[in-house]
Design a binder for this molecule. Structure first.
Ligand SMILES: [Zn+2]
Ligand SMILES: [Zn+2]
Length: 117
C-alpha cells in the first residue's frame, strides 16, 4: 500500500532552518516571518552575514561590502561619478584603462546609516 516515492520526494525538500532555535520551514518566506521572533539576533535577515573573508556583494568602486545586492544597489547611488550603470563595471573594460580618468578619491560614506541597529 505504501508509495515509496511520495515519502522520498518529501524528505529531499529543501528546508529553511532558523539558525537561532533550529525550527525548520519549507518556505523561505515562512522563515522570514518567523525570524521576527528573534529580534535579539545581532544580524539582519535570515542568516548571519558570512564571516570576513567572503562578502557576497562588494562595491567595485570603494570596496565596501554588503550583505545583499539591494544594499549594494542603494550604496551605488553614492558613486554617481562612475561611468557605467548598475553594480558592476562592464566586462571587457580593464580597470587599469580608466586610471587616467579617475580623479575622485576614495570617500567615506558619511551618509551611510550606522551598521548597528
Ligand atoms: Zn527560530
Ligand atoms: Zn562604494
Amino acid at each position: 500500500m505504501d508509495k515509496d516515492g511520495t515519502v522520498l520526494s518529501l524528505s529531499i525538500q529543501k528546508t529553511w532552518d532558523s539558525i537561532v532555535c533550529g525550527k525548520h520551514f519549507y518556505k523561505k518566506k515562512s522563515l522570514g516571518g518567523h525570524m521576527k521572533r528573534h529580534p535579539e539576533r545581532p544580524w539582519r535577515g535570515l542568516y548571519p552575514p558570512p564571516t570576513s573573508h567572503h562578502a557576497p556583494e562588494a562595491c567595485v568602486v570603494c570596496g565596501k561590502r554588503f550583505d545583499s545586492k539591494k544594499a549594494l544597489g542603494g550604496h551605488m547611488n553614492q558613486h554617481p561619478e562612475r561611468s557605467w550603470r548598475g553594480l558592476l563595471r562592464p566586462t571587457g573594460e580593464p580597470a587599469a584603462a580608466r586610471n587616467g580618468n579617475t580623479t575622485v578619491p576614495l570617500q567615506i560614506d558619511l551618509n551611510q546609516p550606522a551598521p548597528e541597529e
